[in-house]
Design a binder for this molecule. Structure first.
Ligand code: 6CS
Length: 379
């Protein structure tokens, strides 16, 4: 399903069909056997993305694992983007319990302001796997401030899902903040992103995901920010001339549940959910890397779009401009959100320090190996 010609997903609130218990009767194996009544539950997941996306792949694997782990007692149904309405409709429905589970990314900032932390630029490391591990380590994923900021809005965060680098597309090459001057760039609807792109010198504009293709085609937008797979799957790349890799941020979604529904799950089911999301951390990392690589290939094979990779000096200019936005985040979310930001920054620093220590520990060995090689070469 493609939504490129405008947002067509008017709320198909087929939610009566979503969730709840459906008693089913298993066929008796022999004439004498009593019919066995089993209760099959259906859990729905509202996706912000269409079929073929990272969220879809996550949902499909989650469905498979949950079904397996509950011996078929739970079936999980996916509602791809458009089926439950627009992005904020999805969040409203999971908050209200009309759908049990959902993803929330940049637009979620209006519902859970603290989630805008995931929109901050230049906070994470340059290593995607390491970022995924930091975000899903229980020190962060189960951090009380994170959990409470969601629970206060009737949501329960379950996993943090990075979907790849956020890549700029534009109708001109962007290498410096000056290049952003006068560029109407679409950001997801959160203040932090608007502040970030204003700091870079651009003109941020908010628009629904499903309206972006026409927005760019009609010239209402000059630029867009998406992971590569989305530039391809929504055909955005067809109406842009440049893809610019600044590695300034990952696209990050939170996989979350309705709070009341989650609290009502048996301890056994809660454990199954937790075990599943932990199992999905390396799985979805591999999927996102593969999808983003494959889709970049498709884009370059099917268009003459130019790829621009910023140098570390060029990135630094944007990084410098992004730092004061951390203060804006702190002002917006108060003490709890600020503590959470500091926890994330601490985890990143810890991971970097561990890397440096590992490198230093490996160095004598490397030196020794080099000496041995030199000695061997001299003989
Ligand atoms: O830009 C957006 O609005 C959307 N982009 C992606 C890749 N996923 C969902 C999000 O809402």
């Amino acid at each position: 399903m493609k939504l490129r010609n405008g947002f067509m997903g008017m709320a198909v609130l087929a939610l009566a069909a979503c969730g709840g218990d459906e008693p089913t009767t298993a066929a008796p194996e022999t004439a004498a056997a009593e019919p066995v009544e089993t209760t099959v539950q259906t859990w729905g997941i509202g996706l912000e993305e269409i079929e073929g996306s990272v969220q879809y792949e996550y949902g499909a694997k989650f469905a498979e694992l949950i079904n397996e782990k509950t011996d078929g007692e739970v079936e999980v149904k996916l509602y791809p983007y458009g089926q439950l309405g627009g992005l904020t409709d999805i969040y409203d429905q999971v908050q209200a319990g009309a759908v049990e589970l959902a993803f929330g990314s940049g637009f979620l900032g209006g519902t859970v302001p603290e989630s805008q932390l995931f929109s901050l630029n230049f906070v994470l490391t340059d290593d995607e796997m390491k970022n995924t591990q930091i975000l899903n380590d229980s020190a962060f994923r189960k951090n009380e401030d994170l959990v409470e900021s969601f629970r206060e809005r009737d949501l329960q965060p379950l996993a943090i899902v990075p979907e790849g680098w956020q890549v700029w597309s534009a109708n001109k090459a962007i290498r410096t903040p000056a290049d952003f001057d006068g560029v109407a760039i679409r950001t997801m609807d959160n203040r932090l992103l608007r502040e970030t792109y204003s700091a870079y010198g651009a003109d941020p504009t908010t628009m629904e995901y499903g309206e972006l293709f026409s927005g760019m085609q009609l010239g209402q937008l000059d630029a867009n920010i998406q992971p590569v797979f989305a530039h391809q799957e929504m055909d955005f790349y067809q109406v842009q001339d440049y893809l610019i890799f600044a590695n300034q941020a990952q696209f990050i979604a939170t996989f979350m549940a309705n709070k009341g529904w989650y609290d009502g799950l048996s301890e056994e089911y809660k454990d199954v959910v937790d075990e599943t999301v932990v199992e999905l951390v390396p799985y979805i990392h591999d999927v996102q890397v593969r999808l983003n690589e494959e889709r970049l290939k498709t884009i370059t094979e099917n268009s003459d779009i130019e790829l621009v990779y910023l140098t570390s000096e060029e990135r630094q200019a944007f990084r410098d401009l992004s730092l004061p936005v951390r203060d804006t985040f702190a002002e917006m979310v108060g003490e709890r959100g600020t503590r959470l930001m500091n926890v994330l920054i601490e985890q990143v620093v810890k991971a970097d320090v561990a890397d440096i220590a590992a490198l230093a520990a490996a160095e004598p060995e490397t030196e020794m190996m080099e000496t041995e090689t030199e000695e061997a070469a001299a003989q």
